[in-house]
Design a protein around this ligand. Structure first.
Ligand code: TXA
Ligand code: MG
Length: 342
């Protein structure tokens, strides 16, 4: 069943959600698979549909800042960031209250709170009349969906979707933990580290966010230990100046290689290419990355090379998703001898 942003459909979707159904809904970041956050049975359906490990907690979506008080305990840092960046693509982790079912927070004492700026999402939350727990609406491990088609590709017609077109950002929200004295960035996104630092200068980047966690280390966020966005093919990130990267990739390409590259490089490779935006436009790269990963995988290549952007601003968020998509396998061709085999 496909719904649209009409008064009738929003009302219907709100009622279904309130009564325990799960529905894929658009947000400005990626599509989410939503359920009434106060209904443990409905939330369990999300974990089953996604085949999500039950130790990975969900984000609770609200339609005004004060709604966070109903199920969480906002602190001073929360209000500072909320005032500046909400509604918008940011999620803040704060202590939870007892009225939230354990399923939402995977047994943790904290909850992730987000107030999306997409007008359709806000209308759906208001129509439901309850906060909505929602992870990204993909099968666990596959790239997050940025269109209704991606949701349908993963779930067929088992899950109703409200189709509001392509998501503006294309990468999931920035996640910041506000549980200790020092705020910690757990997932980079469109609200960049530079923007956060202006409000909370002591913010740090969490361990495991930009580097591989050892097997014995306990992650700050359960999501950090799960495999993400990974195409089935052997996937390598390639960093460095165009001439070095092209040399390296062409040297290591076979008959069945796909290169996910920058627009300005697309005629330089011997293998098939999918371009995802200009190197100097991280917003464009962010918005097209997950679609490019899905398209590359659908071609059943033997291996995939992906060009990686600079790591400032939104580029850090793109780079972070590429670390996960490649299993932290990124080669810097400006410093590596390019005849090296992968
Ligand atoms: O943009 C987004 O954030 C999208 C849309 C739908 O809002 N949602 C999304 O949800 O990306 P999900 O479940 O795919 O990612 C949520 C991340 C996971 O890595 C999870 O481990 C982490 O947030 N998380 C949630 N609650 C947490 C908590 N209490 N403590 C630490 N990490 C938490
Ligand atoms: Mg996800």
């Amino acid at each position: 069943m496909i719904y649209h942003d009409t008064d009738k459909d929003i009302k219907a979707v709100g009622k279904l959600l309130r009564n325990g159904e799960i529905i894929a809904i658009p947000t400005e970041t990626v599509y989410g698979l939503a359920a009434n956050a106060y209904d443990g049975n409905a939330v369990r359906k999300i974990f089953e549909a996604k085949r999500r490990p039950c130790d990975n907690p969900l984000i609770v979506h609200i339609a005004d800042i004060s709604a966070a008080n109903e199920f969480a305990e906002p602190n001073e840092m929360f209000y500072k960031l909320a005032e500046k960046f909400m509604p918008g693509p940011i999620t803040l982790i704060i202590p939870k209250k007892d009225n939230l079912p354990d399923e939402v927070c995977a047994g943790l004492l904290s909850v992730a709170v987000r107030y999306p700026d997409h007008p359709t999402t806000q209308k759906i939350i208001k129509a439901a009349g309850v906060p909505l727990a929602a992870p990204s609406a993909n099968l666990s491990g596959s790239p997050s969906p940025t269109t209704a088609k991606h949701v349908i590709d993963d779930f067929g017609d088992h899950i109703p979707v409200l189709d509001a077109g392509k998501c503006r950002c294309g990468l999931e929200s920035t996640v910041v933990s506000l549980l200790g004295g020092t705020p910690v960035l757990l997932r980079p996104g469109f609200i960049t580290n530079e923007m956060l630092k202006k409000v909370l200068p002591n913010i740090t980047i969490g361990q495991g966010v930009m580097e591989d966690l050892g097997n014995n280390e306990k992650p700050l966020s359960p999501g950090l230990k799960h495999r993400h966005y990974a195409p089935k093919a052997d996937t390598t990130g390639v960093r460095g100046r165009t001439e070095n990267a092209v040399h390296f990739i062409n040297h290591n390409s076979g008959n069945n290689t796909i290169v996910i590259c920058f627009d300005e490089e697309k005629n330089l490779y011997t293998a098939k290419t999918i371009s995802y935006g200009r190197a100097d436009n991280p917003e464009q790269l962010a918005s097209n990355l997950f679609d490019a990963l899905r398209k590359a995988d659908a071609g059943h290549p033997e291996n995939i090379f992906i060009r990686t952007p600079e790591t400032d601003g939104i580029g850090l968020a793109v780079y972070n998703r590429l670390l996960r998509a490649t299993g932290f396998h990124i080669i810097d061709t400006d410093t590596t001898h390019t005849e090296e085999s992968v």
